[in-house]
Design a protein around this ligand. Structure first.
Ligand code: PAF
Length: 298
């Protein structure tokens, strides 16, 4: 059991982290990693609790990773609140916070990249071409630094989860990747550190994203053609007050292959259901200068 009254140890160097991790491993302890960019909310804390249920020790990382932000994105204004994050992590059962400065992760001369193809080709990969290279790079580095037995990522960033699964398999990391369910506010809005950017008016509109995706999923389950449901959901988002929709897409939940043009209900509903047993609907849309993403199983 963690002592939740004790302050959480915060480690900033890879050397110190490795010493601690080595000693836990020598004792035969099972280690879990929960990578984050901080500004923690209940979604992150649920991942820590899930990690604690499957491991003896939980390491959380808080690192606002510059390589996954394009120069036009919100790296500078991304919320940073380490003291609060450390308290929340301790309360959720975390054993160590790894919070390195950027120079510890990317020292002068750093020049390696990690590219995951295929699953990164569209959706978030098309809208934010910088992102998945940066995510794969930092997660690969965190895997090497922490050497966990298991690592947990939220389903809220569904495509990211698939990218990390692909990379873990392709690079032979001996790490089990677990998915954590999306945690939502009472009105259905998926929790996200970026929700803090929303004005009260935008916050009221934001919850419609989840609702509109839910309704689109129901229509497709009821037999509506996927392309039609995608177009209707895009129109509904604009009518609700979103300024721009990057995508609404029904995709295979394992490969992200498009399911458009293949209605889920056909003259052979059993066959169609088997074909689409793991379909998800994913979306990204803008409210002012804030970009929200969400996804649901259909
Ligand atoms: O999902 C996030 O918060 C980040 O993309 C991650 C996985 C911590 C990598 O920086």
């Amino acid at each position: 059991m963690s002592d939740t009254s004790a302050p959480l140890p915060i480690v900033r160097s890879v050397g110190t982290l490795r010493e601690q991790v080595r000693s836990w491993r020598r004792e035969g302890q099972r280690l879990a990693l929960v990578p984050t960019m901080g500004a923690l909310h209940e979604g992150h804390l649920s991942l820590v609790r899930q990690a604690k249920a499957v491991a003896d020790r939980v390491v959380a990382s808080v690192f606002v990773n510059p390589t996954q932000f394009a120069p036009t994105e919100d790296l500078d204004r991304y919320p940073r609140q380490e003291a609060r994050d450390a308290e929340l992590l301790a309360g959720a059962g975390c054993d160590l916070l790894f919070a390195p400065p950027p120079t510890e992760v990317y020292p002068t001369g750093f020049s390696t990249s990690v590219t995951v193809s295929g699953v990164t080709d569209d959706l978030e990969g098309a809208a934010r071409p910088q992102m998945f290279g940066g995510v794969a790079l930092v997660v690969a580095k965190l895997f090497n630094m922490v050497q966990p037995h298991v690592a947990i990522f939220g389903e809220k960033d569904y495509q990211q989860l698939l990218v990390i699964r692909r990379m873990t398999q392709d690079l032979d990391f001996p790490i089990e990747i677990l998915a954590g369910a999306t945690v939502r506010e009472a009105d259905g809005l998926a929790m996200s550190s970026r929700n803090a950017y929303l004005s009260p008016t935008e916050r009221a509109v934001a919850a419609r994203l989840n609702l509109i995706l839910r309704e689109a999923g129901e229509r497709v389950r009821g037999g509506q053609a996927v392309a039609e449901a995608e177009a209707e959901a895009r129109d509904a988002l604009i009518a609700a007050g979103f300024q721009k929709v990057d995508y609404v897409a029904f995709r295979d939940g394992e490969t992200l292959a498009p399911t458009a043009g293949t209605p889920l209900e056909t003259t052979k509903p059993d066959a169609a259901r088997e074909l689409h047993k793991n379909v998800r609907v994913l979306a990204a849309a803008w409210l002012g200068s804030t970009r929200l993403i969400d996804n649901l199983p259909v």
